[in-house]
Ligand binder design. Structure first.
Ligand SMILES: [Zn+2]
Length: 156
């Protein structure tokens, strides 16, 4: 199947219906399908929708960001991290081939407690989706592996 660029608005909610994040009121997000840029179940749902369609999709923690892994919780020396530190601050860390986001959960003068779980790990989620556009991907987008234009990458 040819790859498409789908534009959509989304509202992400937890399993109690509390809104975590929403694109409403801002720019619709644009994604290149088949590029692993969004959760597979969300992409599958978007591919089955037409422009103007609205749909909600529920994801278990496994279908979303995976289970919470206690082994990804650790600590670092206070001097290994920037002087300006706040609980909730996030850093990107290279772990083998993967970039992961590490969140500061607590710190004192000597030790910083870190959590490399995805902030939404272990959570069942629901996405309210609304497709606003769909088109074939350009050759340039296919070679870059991401969508360009509004809601996509703006690096050109
Ligand atoms: Zn690009």
């Amino acid at each position: 199947m040819s790859q498409k660029v789908i534009s959509f608005h989304y509202t992400l909610k937890d399993d109690k219906g509390a809104v975590i994040e929403s694109s409403k009121g801002g720019e619709a997000m644009a994604v290149l399908t088949g590029s692993d840029s969004i959760l597979p179940k969300v992409e599958k749902t978007l591919l089955a929708m037409g422009i103007g369609d609205k749909k909600s999709v529920k994801l278990s923690a496994d279908e979303a960001y995976g289970p919470y892994d206690e082994r990804l919780v650790g600590q670092a020396g206070r001097n290994e991290l920037p002087e300006q530190l706040e609980v909730g601050m996030q850093f990107t860390a290279q772990q083998g081939a993967h970039m992961s986001i590490v969140t500061v959960t607590a710190f004192d003068d000597n030790v910083v407690h870190l959590d490399a779980n995805h902030p939404l790990a272990g959570k069942a989620l629901e996405f309210d989706l609304e497709v606003t556009g769909s088109r074939d991907a350009t050759a340039e987008e296919l070679s870059h592996g991401h969508a360009h234009g509004p809601g996509g990458h703006h690096h050109h």
